[in-house]
Design a protein around this ligand. Sequence first.
Ligand code: CA
Length: 221
Amino acid sequence: MRLAVVEDDDGVGEALVEAFTVRGHQAVRMRRGADVLTAHRGFDAVVLDLGLPDADGLTVLRQLREVTTVPVVILTARSDERSIVRGLRGGADDYVIKPPRIAELLARLENATRRSQPATAAPDEARVVEYADVRVDLTARRVQVGGVEIALTAKEFALVEVLTARPGTAVSRQQLMDRIWGDAFVAVSRSLDVHMTGLRAKLDRPGLITTIRGYGYRWGA
Ligand code: CA
């Protein structure tokens, strides 16, 4: 497994990375909550401490859950029932109290990872999304409006890709920023507005991309 270890304590963090590595896993240590928010991609699971220097782990967990379903196992000294329930209700897949038994922690991580696997992999087929006279060929990366091809920038096309992944379904601003910029919470909110404005102007189809106030956007009906 590729594991992100979010742990500010050097002794604990290094011991975990070493223990995972000698058992054949790849582990990357992160010290702050902000680190995992911008670098959660590509990991099979996250080990998340709650007492972090920049944010409470439960806040980090909530923010992670806005953008990813990556399995998260909380690893903390907080052993009271209230904390455990808050962690599990907050979206953690499991909750382990320090000090961990490494084999047990790994078994729990493997369990959480197995549950998160999709039952069937999506076939690698050509994808075309059509709405009224707008035709998006995601495989060829081409967009036609009224039969005329329009040229989109890479970021504008990325917006189309994320929005059309599930037409008719709301996508939050955080999800868009995470998918396109890899940073849902820090610095790119203004960029999203700029590229969204450009995309809408090029498409010239009011109502195709609906703004959901206080949340995000939706493609199509
Ligand atoms: Ca800590």
